[in-house]
Design a protein around this ligand. Structure first.
Ligand code: NAG
Ligand code: NAG
Ligand code: NAG
Length: 511
């Protein structure tokens, strides 16, 4: 009898001791959206949208750094919590191409795999850009179901590339770079943008509805606002900013709908939503690219415009509405934060650090003034700059965008110029260029290096120490092969399957 009583008691105590149940996570990533692109970050003419609501109802971050200024390395670091050089996402091309043979190595534990250890159901919808095929066309060896994602919905395994633009390229010119998956299967080549956002939203909603009984992790990776820009008919021509603003408004609409669903399912108080961009805007696209606000440079550069991103966290009942956190943070912090919230795990072997105390408002600035005393900014495998305390030291810096000539004719891009991509085209600075970011966030006024000897030496020694922690691994970028070029319905490399049509089986679990 006593035994049964104890058992009953235990069954009551255990859930109480466990406290709040593990929260769900929704990680929303925007593509090439700049620090200055939202109204809540000071854009004067961008319409208010659901992203601004996230900030108003949650926490906004003013010094959140992307781990890299280009898609593939930044996304690798986001999903592994480590600098991209550690997983080999370095190389002269800096990003995966559609015919790359490499991918995120399977030996790397991803956030999805880590959360599965805590019985989370994991899903991805939208852009991946961490490798596609390895040996032959359509083997899909690098796709997300090999990296811990139970559910893979509508998937841009590559990107909504500028060559997807139907106003500039004919269908047969678009097929090479422009293809869409549902799970592991190619379903559209080239892509029709009109219902792309709605497909991503619908799949995200289906995932949440299907799996909300257990804790879940949804990675909703938006195509906006990467070039080619697009907006479907409900959004086209409505923004004061033109097509770029339309594109932001369409993305915000989808995010708003997802938040609405969380509320309807009464999941809002048990779901942490983090929104951020993968890196800065492509400045060379003039007003077809985003805004870095007051920051210098953009995508592909290690000026703060390439690295500082809009970021916010929403979790009603836990995060104080309208709060702002001004410390230096990194997208690599998401991995340890989610693990900590999921199971109380303290991860120390990563480059990121847990933000649980920041989110719950218990972080003590006096005791622990900086989550990151130092952050290293890379271009491929080269350390370009270091953020240290309030300072930033540039050993190398990229050329700045050229406003002259036909590059920005009438504000229109001449072409998708990629001036910053080539790391070896950067300027070398000896002594390093030093900026006080607290006083000069636009990196306009370099300090006198002769008065900063201590800082220069301290930083050099930290760089030295950091380098010693880098274990050489094979580069995943730069090996291209036409045999792995994705091709739907070979040899046509063209298709447009609607869901469940043409014998394509769209299973819920792409395991
Ligand atoms: C980068 O620029 C250098 C110098 O012009 C050139 O030799 C190299 O091929 C370029 N690299 C790439 C990947 O374009
Ligand atoms: C996950 O679920 C299994 C099976 O229900 C259970 O044995 C295990 O303890 C759970 N793990 C965690 C970390 O909750
Ligand atoms: C998205 O879901 C809605 C509601 O079920 C449906 O009407 C619409 O056709 C779907 N859109 C796409 C692109 O599948």
């Amino acid at each position: 009898m006593a035994f049964i009583k104890n058992l009953l008691l235990l069954s009551v105590i255990i859930p109480i001791c466990l406290g709040k149940k593990s929260p769900n996570f929704v990680l929303i990533l925007a593509d090439d959206v700049g620090y200055g692109d939202f109204q809540c970050y000071g854009h004067a003419t961008q319409e208010r949208g659901a992203v601004d609501d996230l900030a108003a109802e949650g926490m906004r971050f003013t010094q959140w750094y992307a781990p890299d200024s280009l898609c593939s390395p930044s996304r690798a670091a986001l999903l592994t919590g480590r600098y991209p050089i550690r997983s080999g996402i370095v190389g002269p091309n800096r990003v995966f191409w559609q015919n790359s043979r490499g991918g995120l190595p399977k030996s790397e534990e991803t956030l999805a795999e880590a959360l599965k250890r805590y019985n989370y159901t994991t899903g991805i919808v939208g852009k991946w850009h961490l490798g596609i095929n390895e040996f032959v066309a359509n083997d899909g060896n690098h796709l997300p179901h090999h990296h811990g994602f139970d559910y893979v919905g509508t998937l841009l395994s590559f990107s909504y590339h500028f060559r997807c633009d139907p106003t500039k390229f004919k269908a047969e010119e678009r097929t090479e770079k422009c293809f869409l998956n549902k799970g592991s299967k190619l379903v559209q080549q080239p892509i029709t943008s009109e219902d792309l956002t709605e497909k991503i939203l619908n799949d995200s909603k289906s995932f949440i509805k299907l799996y909300s009984k257990k804790p879940f992790f949804l990675y909703m990776s938006m195509p906006q606002a990467h070039s080619a820009l697009f907006a479907s008919k409900n959004f086209r021509g409505n923004s004061k900013r033109g097509i770029y603003g339309d594109s932001i408004n369409e993305m915000s609409w989808a995010i708003g709908k997802l938040i609405k669903l969380l509320r309807e399912l009464h999941l809002d108080e048990n779901t942490l939503v983090i929104f951020l961009s993968d890196h800065g805007p492509q400045a060379e696209l003039c007003h077809h690219g985003g805004s870095a606000g007051p920051l210098r440079g953009g995508k592909a550069s290690t000026w703060d415009g390439g690295l500082k991103v809009p970021a916010m966290a929403w979790w009603p009942g836990t995060i104080k509405p309208g709060s702002v956190y001004r410390g230096v943070l990194s997208s690599m912090d998401i991995f340890p934060t989610f693990l900590n919230l999921a199971g109380g795990e303290t991860v120390t072997k990563l480059d990121g650090t847990s933000l649980t105390d920041v989110l719950t408002g218990t972080h003590d600035d006096a005791k622990d003034p900086a989550k990151h005393d130092v952050l290293f900014h890379y271009c491929s495998d080269q350390i370009m700059a270091v953020r240290i305390g309030p300072y930033k030291l540039h050993y190398y810096s990229q050329y700045q965008r050229d406003y002259e000539g036909d590059l920005c004719n009438n504000g229109n891009p001449y072409d998708d110029k990629l001036l910053y991509f080539n790391c070896s085209l950067s300027h070398y600075h000896d002594p390093p260029l030093i900026f006080d970011i607290n006083r000069d966030p636009g990196e306009q006024f370099p300090l006198d290096p002769s008065k900063q000897q201590d800082l220069v030496e301290r930083t050099a020694s930290l760089v030295q120490k950091h380098r010693q922690t880098i274990i050489p691994v094979p580069s995943q970028l730069g090996s291209h092969d036409s045999n792995v070029q994705p091709c739907c319905n070979p040899p046509l490399c063209a298709c447009n399957y609607q869901a469940d049509e043409d014998g394509i089986e769209l299973s819920k679990d792409e395991l």
